[in-house]
Design a protein around this ligand. Structure first.
Ligand SMILES: NC(=O)c1ccc[n+]([C@@H]2O[C@H](COP(=O)([O-])OP(=O)(O)OC[C@H]3O[C@@H](n4cnc5c(N)ncnc54)[C@H](OP(=O)(O)O)[C@@H]3O)[C@@H](O)[C@H]2O)c1
Length: 380
């Protein structure tokens, strides 16, 4: 069936949302925001929030006008403009001063210092404000930001590579490599835009990973350097692991449950890791407490790269928001070869959480499937 044609406001808002996405990996913990300025449907300026601490999208768009006046124009903004002094002055003031007569917004900003205040200020200044144009698309783009503001916890992306028959390693524990170089480059690109890459001790012991974003030079400088995070319930990585050997130059954070001894934490600190101890020790409680800690550290996106035990623990706790499933064209067989999710799991199909298909990509003969937690019904 054909999609209904987009209205002129929707077309220009789509441009603003596409611009916003260009800030991904550079603006967090801020939201990604884009702004298009148009007069009589013609674009006269545009901008997006490029860097955390830098000018907001509205300011970038107004600056792009040069000597052209914004008087009487419409501003399309993918998120409600801020109305408070943060790292930069309020965008509402600049929009009011610019003389725009209409502001079209995709969505309200739930950030407590804004939360409708921006809309109110613009309306008080006599500007017509239209809300919720392409709201779902804008919310989809900023889902990690919205989750952090609403729950205090970062967005969790669980990633795994598996064979066609759903195994993440052979029955002997070998998992390198199930997918091809292109798929692995895609993982490195994701690593280069998240705040943290989280794993468990099983993966540390078996794979001794570095968990860094290694990009070919043509990709330039990665947008951010993720912390390597190990969730430890009963043991910590020893000094000879690649993670600890590199902890002084690339950040490592140990999140330790209640059972980890002070002496082990001191040893990890001496090797250059930061250590955060939480009081919880039960699987789900430990995971949720760890995420709250990472949220307090202003982390927006966490990439979970672990084996079945920790991935299953996150699934049981209902703490996976997005799934990046890479399928390589091999079969591994054997009842005892591990699948991606251990944990307690689900008894009845009817109780299984329904996921939403977000996108699919092909890398040579590999397939990447991105699912997200469904916003409706049983979404554990
Ligand atoms: N194909 C892939 O994409 C992929 C990716 C990663 C790993 N792997 C494979 O997965 C295998 C390792 O998997 P694994 O399941 O043994 O290890 P894992 O899931 O990486 O780590 C499990 C360990 O994490 C710690 N942990 C802390 N909190 C936990 C919680 N709430 N729930 C569960 N675990 C928690 C525990 O160690 P302590 O009690 O010692 O703290 C636990 O033993 C290896 O064969 C590796 O090659 C495959």
């Amino acid at each position: 069936m054909n999609q209904p044609a987009e209205s002129p406001d929707e077309l220009l808002m789509r441009q603003a949302i596409e611009l916003a996405a260009e800030g991904q990996g550079r603006v967090e913990p801020n939201p990604m925001v884009g702004c298009v300025l148009a007069r009589d449907g013609e674009v006269i300026g545009e901008g997006f929030h490029k860097q955390h601490g830098g000018p907001h999208a509205e300011i970038e768009a107004l600056r792009s006008l040069g000597s052209v006046s914004a008087t009487g124009a419409t501003a399309y903004v993918s998120l409600e403009p801020c109305c408070h002094y943060g790292k930069t002055p309020p965008c509402t003031d600049s929009l009011i001063e610019s003389g725009v007569k209409r502001v079209v917004l995709a969505m309200k900003d739930p950030f407590p210092k804004v939360s409708g205040g921006g809309i109110e200020q613009l309306r008080r200044a006599g500007i017509e404000v239209v809300c919720d144009v392409l709201r779902d698309q804008a919310a989809d783009l900023n889902a990690p930001y919205l989750k952090r503001v609403n729950t205090g916890k970062p967005w969790v992306i669980a990633k795994w590579a598996m064979s066609v028959d759903g195994k993440i390693a052979t029955h002997t524990g070998e998992s390198q490599w199930i997918t091809n170089e292109e798929s692995r480059l895609d993982v490195h690109l994701t690593r280069s835009r998240v705040d943290g890459i989280l794993t468990g001790m099983g993966t540390v012991r078996t794979d001794n990973p570095m968990l860094t974003a290694r990009l070919p030079t043509e990709f330039g400088k990665p947008p951010r350097i993720a912390q390597r995070i190990i969730l430890c319930s009963s043991s910590v990585p020893d000094a000879s692991t690649q993670l600890m050997e590199s902890a002084r130059s690339i950040p490592v954070q140990i999140i330790a449950g209640a059972k980890i001894r002070d002496k082990d934490l001191r040893a990890s600190k001496d090797l250059g890791a930061t250590c955060t101890q939480v009081r919880e020790s039960g699987s789900s409680d430990l995971i949720t407490a760890a995420l709250r800690q990472l949220g307090k550290q202003s982390m927006t996106n966490i990439l979970l790269e672990a084996g079945g035990n920790l991935l299953g623990g996150f699934a049981d706790a209902g703490e996976i928001d997005e799934y990046h499933v890479y399928i390589g064209p091999i079969r591994l067989g054997n009842q005892h070869a591990p699948g991606p999710l251990g944990g307690v799991g689900i008894d009845k199909i009817r109780d299984a959480p329904r996921l939403q298909l977000h996108r699919t990509d092909c890398f040579g003969e590999d397939v990447k499937i991105v699912y997200r937690k469904s916003a409706e019904g049983n979404n554990r």
